[in-house]
Design a protein. Sequence first.
Lengths: 483, 95
Amino acid sequence: MYNLTIAELAKGLRAGEFSSVELTQTYLQRIHQHSELNAYVTVTDELALQQAQAADAKLASGDASLLTGIPIAQKDIFCTLGVKTTCGSKMLDNFIAPYNATVVDKLNQAGVVMLGKVNMDEFAMGSSNETSYYGPTKNPWNTNTVPGGSSGGSATAVAARLAVCATGTDTGGSIRQPAALCGITGLKPTYGRVSRYGMIAYASSLDQGGPMTRSAEDAAILLQAMAGFDEKDSTSVDQPVPNYLADLNKPLAGLKIGLPKEFFTADLNSDMVATLEAGINHYRQLGAEVKEISMPTLKMAIPAYYVIAPAECSANLSRFDGVRFGYRCENPADLADLYTRSRGEAFGKEVKRRILMGTYALSAGYYDAYYIKAQKIRRLISDDFKNALAEVDVIMGPVTPTPAFGIGEKLANPIEMYLSDIYTIAINLAGLPAMSIPAGFINGLPVGLQIIGNYFDEARLLNVAHQYQQVTGWHQQVPKGFE
Amino acid sequence: MSLTASDVKKIAHLARLGIDDQDVESYANDLSGMLDLMTQMSELDTNNVIPMAHPLDQIQRLRPDVVTEHNQREHFQAIAPQVEDGLYLVPKVIE
């Protein structure tokens, strides 16, 4: 039962092969059985069973969506009314949100069953899930390796069958990179497609929520419920949401795929190149035309990102001051001491590093040299993508430079960790949608293929991913011990 | 470009962020490394480029000037560290 996709489960639930309560009990049992993966921060057993009972009633009455009764894991960055929302930080270890994120409301309306809240890098700052206050989540393909981050708990939960699907958020690759390292399907939508209301902010001009699933079809089902205009999010885009399932089966003959030569340099090792090449060959066989393209400013994405994201982080995280909610230090001497110590005691090292960097970049005398310069480069990168996407329908490339790395391997060297985001962050700067789909293995560890599309062209990305998944079985592989 | 320990302390003060004395050196190193990365940006001529603040160049929406938020003080204060008579309590600011 726990190997079935959303579409298969929806059929089984309607045919009466099993109930949502039975399905939920199976998943809850697996979550507790595999607690060593540290995927969940909070498991909501009781709430899940209540939601499952309600879902069964809806299914019986015929008033149900494809997601009714489907067990889901919510990334612990989405505020959930009455359930602890930690964002992976000591700062919010005691935080029970007084409202639901729009994404949570929308999914609840669709009838999902929330199994719990999953682990993540602290405030979504990290690429390995190691910066979480609750300890690292482990990659089910090899528990000595990281699941990626920041949505590492989401990726592990889906890959290890501890949830049917999960929500994630992506500021610089935080959906796509863990999806790649855990062998699942992840989609970062166009900036503004999914509401950011109640999604704890890291870098507001880059943050975007999206689905993490076992197949492109499941991603289409989940995105359908998540996407849409929300007046509570001032950057939400008021544009109709298409039917993401409608185009899944469109043939790919004539599809134009661009491969940026800047993605396939000597920095990418030959095993990765061979695995990606094999994936791209499937597209040739499906009738796609593949051509090399050039995007010269791509290499500037890392410096620009590591100015813009920390700058926005330092502004966003100034709200955590120990006054209205969250952690407060003991016996503050005065107000300055209350702020300084509450923040100092409750933020972890990576968060502090980015607050310091951002504060510096925004401070008097440096603002133009760093922040404005980075925003100008951001436009050049975005123009590069616009030019490329005028020539081709989608762009393909790696998601990560290597498969999953060892726990502790890169923690001591933050710059090296940042450099591993090279293939994902330019997409956030441009605000484009992109997916990661499983495309093979190296030494038993999954490799992701990235598909980048034009603004609001999620339906095409899902179609391109789904067609690949009709002729390959990489997305159906299950880590050993979790079958 | 490199930052010194005293630069780091100054930045930490601006951010009202407590950092342990023993960590100051390592932050100075990390931030210097990040700044080295950022100096690469100067390789690109951006003289006539308009800074990009929003991926879709969207501006803030306006809405009708009507009340949309209602008073939820008790609800919000239920999660506050210290409140009294509907007020958030902090250490005394004015003697």
